[in-house]
Design a protein. Structure first.
Length: 449
């Protein structure tokens, strides 16, 4: 069976898989510490508003392009704009996903190692120095590359099994478990002594703490956290049946993403405040701060294990979409089997990820533009390619794709009035492009520090 003939078995499978693609490092790791550095509740409120008026229209756009063409990222633009350079939008997306997966898998490997250590209770032990443990895991070539290999192997296994038997089946199990674990952690977090201060920090907006930089952070987070910009959702929606409403599905994905961000804040900030820590701890929050905190809790080993498994699931469901766009691009012509391409792609991503995995050990002093390989790749993907990809998608959907097809795809499977379509179109024509430009200029340092 060729790639384009595969379909999601149900609307729920599509929504869970799309939500899984969106819910990853951005929602659970980056969101809490960016919120902590940007004033708490006010930032969260601004993030929600921007997600609805920026992220949601972009997500709808990718869904329209994917189902409207019935093709994966590169072929979609060839079908919808034949003989034009627009196919480079898909190619940029595939390149971006490849580079992103190469260093994303390194972090995924760390989480696998931590998860494996947490199950028999090997993290929270008397005398453990958590910064030293994190340094050991990230700097050891054997451990880092081993974790990278395991993470990619899981991805290859799932993707090689196809849409329904691979991605959809994995997400149907992993996403509900993710939500259950999250709710258990939130209940434990908010019932700690001193947790109320953390809840107040996260949910009580204090706009006096909002700066222009914080607003730009919220703008960037609003579309970075939805997996839009690299045409991953173009590929996912190309497997979507015609009787499913695109606006309704996109809205479900967005609200699930917002809900997870809410749960992440409620799971982390009450814990941080209950133990007298600062809410601006940064990326070390997961691997250094939280083990320290959980070690002081009753049943801390159990809750740390639940949190790490939750985080692993979120990282995996997100990475599935990154590998899928690569595999789909090379199986769309029907000449190569999904299984073969999945394994070859996985091997290439693994090899490309080795320098990033060694960036905290043997290659820590090897710099590109004064950054390690890991950080330089992250900067290129997040600060350059992602905004460019998002802008090109916005321009394509408004100025190049057939307007009648766009409206048809927007309207299929729902009874929304033309007002909703016109509102979405206005957002995509004016608000989204201006926002992307502002975010891009902020990311490259145009507005200063």
């Amino acid at each position: 069976m060729t790639q384009e003939k595969q379909q999601w078995s149900s609307k729920l499978g599509f929504i869970l898989s799309s939500a899984g693609a969106a819910i990853g490092l951005g929602a659970i790791w980056k969101f809490p510490y960016v919120t902590g550095m940007s004033g708490g509740g006010a930032f969260f409120l601004i993030f929600v508003i921007f997600t609805l008026i920026i992220g949601l229209p972009l997500l709808i756009s990718e869904f329209i392009i994917g189902r409207g063409s019935g093709k994966e990222a590169i072929s979609a633009y060839k079908v919808l704009a034949p003989g034009s350079p627009w196919k480079w939008v898909g190619r940029i997306g595939v390149l971006g996903c490849f580079l992103l997966l190469s260093f994303y898998s390194v972090v995924g490997g760390w989480i696998i190692i931590y998860s494996g250590l947490s199950i028999p209770g090997k993290i929270i032990e008397e005398g453990t120095k958590y910064p030293d443990l994190f340094g050991l895991i990230t700097s050891s070539p054997l451990i880092s590359i081993g974790g990278l290999a395991l993470f990619i192997l899981i991805n290859v296994f799932v993707i090689s099994n196809g849409i329904q038997n691979g991605i959809e089946k994995a997400n149907k199990y992993m996403m509900p478990i993710l939500f259950i674990f999250f709710i258990v952690l939130v209940v434990r977090s908010v019932t700690l002594d001193g947790a109320l201060e953390g809840i107040r920090f996260f949910l009580n907006p204090d706009f006096s703490k909002i700066t222009g930089e914080a607003v730009l952070y919220a703008l960037g987070q609003s579309f970075f956290s939805l997996a839009v910009g690299f045409s991953c959702m173009v590929t996912y929606s190309s497997y979507l049946k015609k009787d499913v409403s695109i606006p309704a599905s996109a809205t479900s994905v967005v609200w699930m993403n917002i809900f997870v961000s809410l749960l992440a804040g409620l799971a982390i900030f009450p814990v941080v405040f209950a133990f007298g820590l600062e809410p601006t701890e940064g990326p070390g929050l997961l691997f250094i701060v939280l083990p320290t905190v959980f070690s002081q809790m009753p049943l801390g080993q159990l809750f740390l294990c639940l949190f790490l498994i939750l985080f692993l699931f979120a990282t995996l469901t997100s990475s599935f979409s990154l590998l899928e766009i690569i595999v789909a691009a090379f199986t769309s012509n029907g000449k190569h089997s999904r299984n073969k391409v999945s394994w070859i792609s996985g091997l290439i991503v693994f090899l490309a990820g080795i320098p990033a995995a060694l960036s905290f050990g043997p290659l820590k002093n090897s710099k590109l533009f004064d950054k390690t390989v890991f950080d330089a790749t992250d900067y290129l993907v997040s600060n350059i390619l992602l905004p460019i990809g998002s802008m090109l998608i916005a321009l394509f959907i408004i100025y190049r794709m057939d307007r009648s097809l766009v409206k048809q795809e927007f309207s299929l499977g729902n009874s929304l009035s033309s007002t909703w379509y016109n509102s979405w179109r206005i957002l995509m024509k004016w608000v989204v492009p201006i926002t992307i430009v502002l975010v891009f200029l902020s990311l490259i340092g145009f507005f200063g520090n």
